[in-house]
Design a protein around this ligand. Structure first.
Ligand SMILES: Nc1ncnc2c1ncn2[C@@H]1O[C@H](COP(=O)(O)OP(=O)(O)OP(=O)(O)O)[C@@H](O)[C@H]1O
Ligand SMILES: [Mg+2]
Length: 157
């Protein structure tokens, strides 16, 4: 795993690029990010089909100490992972196309709940991602098993 890491925790700015060569690597990178979180962050995942977004959220959940199953909430829209250091709310916005849809998922209530909100297909709700605590995780395919993972954002005061 090659990585370059720049985290200025006091100002809450994250700017890192990682190269993952397995699901295990991707989960480890996510677990590392989970250690930086203090509640209220939105983890906006980008990347096409099968890039490893669900895998990344598994790593976040593990890193926060959640011990249950983590699965893609494609039909449920949101899964709640309670019991770790922080609550984690896992959204899949694949089917969300407008503000009414988004409202009906309870997204805005979850944002106020003080936990972490992780969003697959965050591209679909770009206009609702203006919060200063948005951390963007962009996953790109390098080869069958390799992914470039760029993490950026945070509370830029
Ligand atoms: N370095 C890697 N990190 C994560 N997954 C990888 C990696 N290399 C290969 N894979 C494979 O890519 C797939 C990722 O699946 P995952 O469900 O996490 O993707 P996803 O982005 O959530 O997909 P979807 O768009 O369907 O929600 C798995 O089959 C996994 O084995
Ligand atoms: Mg998924």
């Amino acid at each position: 795993m090659i990585k370059s890491l720049k985290v200025r925790k006091e100002e809450y700015i994250v700017d890192c690029t990682y190269f993952s060569s397995s699901e295990f690597d991707t989960m480890k990178i996510a677990a590392e990010l989970s250690n930086e979180l203090c509640g209220g962050e939105i983890i906006a995942l980008k990347g096409g089909l099968g890039m490893g977004k669900t895998c990344f959220v598994k790593g976040l959940a593990n890193g926060l100490g959640f011990s249950g199953d983590v699965t893609s909430p494609t039909f449920a829209i949101v899964n709640e992972y309670i019991g770790g250091r922080l609550d984690l709310f896992h959204f899949d916005m694949y089917r969300i196309t407008g503000w009414d849809d988004l409202n009906s998922t309870g997204y805005f209530e979850y944002l106020d709940a003080g936990g972490i909100v992780a969003i697959e297909w965050s591209e679909n709700i770009e206009g609702a991602l203006q919060n200063e605590k948005v951390i963007i995780v962009e996953i790109e395919r390098v080869s069958d098993n390799e992914r470039k993972i760029s993490i950026s954002g945070g509370d830029k005061k």
